[in-house]
Design a protein around this ligand. Structure first.
Ligand SMILES: C[S@@+](CC[C@H](N)C(=O)[O-])C[C@H]1O[C@@H](n2cnc3c(N)ncnc32)[C@H](O)[C@@H]1O
Length: 283
């Protein structure tokens, strides 16, 4: 079941799962970044640098968590183009860079990339492809802008049950609005079938496909801050507002209580699981 596609084609109404705007970027970056994104960003940046690309395109870069690490690790003479669908996410990403750094920013829909064919050595994206309404079309776009032999590198979340923060968020939100459960969390956790991802990559002509599952045990100092990010740092907040009856603070408290019930009082740890894919355009 491809929920991102259902939403994109109007068959499902879940707010807009791809709409990271308003106060979402700041809450995302401050409260979700350090808890669930930064470690995988360091991993993906490391893998990118290992390929020694001269021209890198980042898709769905969000608030630049990967971009910042990438710019610090890539050689100074390699170019970095940072893109995202939502300009407000990209604005926050931009604020992490000083003028004179070799980085460019451009809003771009991964489904319709505004770049010439064969212009990049490597396309990278962290936790973005799940939001693309048609994965094969998106991979075809990536392939078009890659030079022959270029690499596509991305990660996706593992199953919700392997990422209890998401399971708790999804179930708690559903228990608050039982008549109309918010659907946001299903989207980023809907694309973890390794065979399905491999098939999609092959359908777009990619080869040399490898994948690696990365499990972490993430320390959390304060469950309330994680809860704040999970409620207000992504489009779930729009679903909550549109349903009404509960303030964001009330929902945050319910999330934090659910974390304590599962993991005990902070500080604690929670498991995370993601899968990183690498594929190559034939050359
Ligand atoms: C979970 S965030 C990941 C952001 C960033 N890569 C990170 O690791 O923090 C998903 C991002 O996908 C972006 N996005 C959603 N649909 C997109 C599309 N069709 N093309 C490009 N970006 C998209 C959103 O704006 C959001 O910034």
């Amino acid at each position: 079941l491809d929920i991102a596609r259902e939403i994109a084609t109007g068959h499902r109404k879940a707010g807009d799962a791809a709409s990271f705007t308003g106060s979402i970027p700041e809450n995302y970056d401050r409260f979700l970044g350090p808890h669930i994104f930064v470690d995988y960003a360091a991993d993906l940046a490391e893998r990118t640098v290992a390929v020694k690309p001269e021209n890198v395109l980042e898709l769905a870069a969000g608030t630049g968590i990967v971009s910042r690490i990438l710019r610090d690790r890539l050689p100074k003479n390699s170019a970095l183009m940072v893109t995202d669908l939502n300009p407000p996410m990209l604005e926050l990403a931009k604020s992490k860079f000083k003028s004179g750094e070799a980085v460019e920013f451009e809003p771009a829909d991964a489904m319709d990339l505004p770049f010439d064919k064969a212009s990049y050595d490597l396309v990278v994206s962290q936790f973005g492809v799940m939001f693309f309404p048609d994965k094969v079309d998106a991979y075809n776009q990536a392939s078009r802008v890659l030079r022959p032999g270029g690499h596509l590198l991305f990660n996706v979340w593992g199953q919700m049950s392997s990422n209890p923060f998401a399971e708790i968020a999804h179930e708690t939100a559903g228990s608050i609005f039982p008549d109309n459960p918010p659907g946001f969390y299903r989207v980023p956790f809907s694309y973890c079938d390794i065979e399905a991802v491999t098939r999609d990559l092959e359908a777009a002509g990619f080869g040399e496909i490898t994948h690696e599952t990365i499990k972490l045990d993430k320390p959390v100092k304060d469950w309330s801050l994680l809860a704040l990010g999970l409620v207000m740092g992504n489009p779930l907040i729009d679903e909550i507002k549109s349903r009404g009856g509960y303030t964001a603070d009330q929902v945050v408290k319910r999330f934090a209580d659910a974390f304590r019930a599962r993991f005990g009082q902070a500080p604690g740890t929670m498991p995370l699981e993601a899968i990183v894919f690498r594929a190559r355009k034939s050359g």
